[in-house]
Design a protein around this ligand. Structure first.
Ligand SMILES: [Zn+2]
Length: 188
């Protein structure tokens, strides 16, 4: 218990918050964050992550968000080019409205490494007990080919897209990276 309190102090020292509640309450808090459009990251025990994922990824939602299993050749490219093994299981694939390049699992992982650094990504993947759930992530998917935002309903004017709504990247990982849940105003 003393060690537990001491580690909470460490988290607080770096500006973090620790919430303590039973699993059922934590699941409710995460659901409310998803539905309310709140951006937050939750590090939870596996059982909580499983419950949230089962609630979020209904067959209807999988179909509506066009989430697909990441093909094995793409997983191989992620491993060979980006050095990350078994990092992502399913994701949506969105063609860039500007250049047609498809933004999928590979592009997402590459952007994650660019944005957060390899060490941060690897640190999450090395978690043994905690599982990371990202709710309503605020970052925008950027096409690596033309640097445009990944949108739908935008208008192509000369070499760029004007307007349109940003398409969130939906994905599910493995082990310590459960993926994201976007809901509320950002959903569909
Ligand atoms: Zn593009």
């Amino acid at each position: 218990m003393e060690r537990r309190i001491a580690s909470i102090d460490e988290v607080a020292a770096s500006g973090g918050t620790v919430i303590s509640a039973d699993d059922e309450a934590i699941v409710e808090i995460i659901k409310k964050a998803v539905d309310g459009g709140v951006s937050a990251s939750f590090y939870v025990p596996r059982g909580v992550a499983d419950t949230v994922m089962a609630w979020y990824w209904t067959p209807e939602r999988i179909e509506a968000l066009k989430v697909e299993v990441v093909p094995s050749d793409e997983l191989k490219r992620i491993e060979t080019d980006l050095g990350l093994k078994d990092v992502i299981h399913f994701a949506n694939r969105t063609p860039c409205e500007n250049c047609g390049h498809v933004y999928g699992a590979y592009e997402f992982v590459a952007q994650g490494i660019r944005a957060h650094g390899r060490e941060a990504v690897e640190a999450v993947l090395e978690l043994k007990e905690a599982v990371l759930i990202r709710v309503n992530p605020s970052e925008v998917s950027i096409c690596p080919n033309c640097n445009g935002r990944i949108t739908k309903g935008g208008l192509k004017l000369e070499e760029r897209i004007v307007g349109g709504t940003e398409v969130p990247h939906y994905y599910g990982g493995t082990g310590s990276y459960a993926g994201c849940c976007s809901g509320g105003r950002r959903n569909l």
